[in-house]
Design a protein around this ligand. Structure first.
Ligand SMILES: Nc1nc2c(ncn2[C@@H]2O[C@H](COP(=O)(O)OP(=O)(O)OP(=O)(O)O)[C@@H](O)[C@H]2O)c(=O)[nH]1
Ligand SMILES: C[C@H](OP(=O)(O)O)C(=O)O
Length: 213
């Protein structure tokens, strides 16, 4: 049976750290485009996508669980009662692909984890979910390593550019425009984002859009 790929997703007013370059409706469209890329990667990696959503939301090819609680509370409730292996993969990984997902879920360890940019945790595969609990936000990668150690779990830290690249801030959009192959890249292009190179540093700019901060 396919492993459940649990994808936490907040459909309303997501990605507020991108407010400087996108209005709320645009952030919602972009978050959905990134989610499409993650769903496709999960399926290509042999997993069955299960969206854990804060408000009602349906997607073809994915089942939905509705839980308005916070990220940690809802995931920990799910882990506590899960009897089969689970992959938790964030919805803001638009470079994800099937090979990276497949590598993660085929680990020989009790758990495989992919750190995110800036200290976060982008994906966690758990062979026995009830032995682990999540603690996202802040330097969650370090917290998750400690939780695994306390639980006596062997951990495979997976080095994956495609799963490491999460999109939180304007600067992260550069990676999507350069390396993206899916919906998120198309969404950015349709919103008028292009690469800009100023002073040797690659950034993004947006035609006819005033930055608000
Ligand atoms: N189920 C659930 N998912 C959440 C919640 N908050 C965020 N997420 C999802 O968790 C993942 C990582 O969240 P963040 O990077 O903080 O995304 P965000 O909250 O949309 O972004 P910011 O507003 O910029 O912090 C994304 O897949 C979000 O859709 C929540 O309260 N519940
Ligand atoms: C949820 C959080 O995401 P970030 O804000 O680091 O992208 C984390 O990975 O702990």
């Amino acid at each position: 049976m396919a492993i459940d790929a649990v994808i936490p997703f907040k459909p309303k007013n997501p990605k507020t750290r991108l407010s400087c370059v996108m209005e709320q409706e645009e952030r919602e469209a972009f978050a959905q485009a990134m989610l499409s890329d993650v769903i496709a990667a999960a399926q290509a990696g042999g997993c069955s996508p299960l969206l854990l959503c804060t408000s009602p939301y349906e997607r073809p090819g994915a089942r939905t669980l509705l839980d308005p609680d916070g990220l940690n509370e809802s995931l920990n409730r799910l882990l506590a009662t899960s009897k089969s292996p689970i992959l938790i993969i964030m919805a803001d990984l638009p470079l994800a692909d099937g090979a990276a997902v497949s590598r993660l879920v085929s680990t020989a360890a009790d758990m495989a984890v992919v750190p995110g940019r800036g200290g976060g945790t982008n994906a966690i595969f758990l062979r026995e979910p009830s032995r682990f609990r999540v603690n996202y936000y802040g330097a969650s990668f370090l917290k998750h390593m400690q939780i695994a150690m306390d639980a006596g779990l062997s951990v495979d830290v997976v080095d994956s550019f495609r799963l490491h690249t999460d999109v939180d801030e304007k600067e992260d959009l550069v990676e999507v425009l350069i390396h993206g192959k899916g919906e998120a890249r198309r969404c950015l292009e349709s919103l008028g984002f292009t690469l800009s190179i100023e002073g040797g540093r690659v950034g993004v700019k947006r035609g006819a859009h005033k930055e608000t901060r």
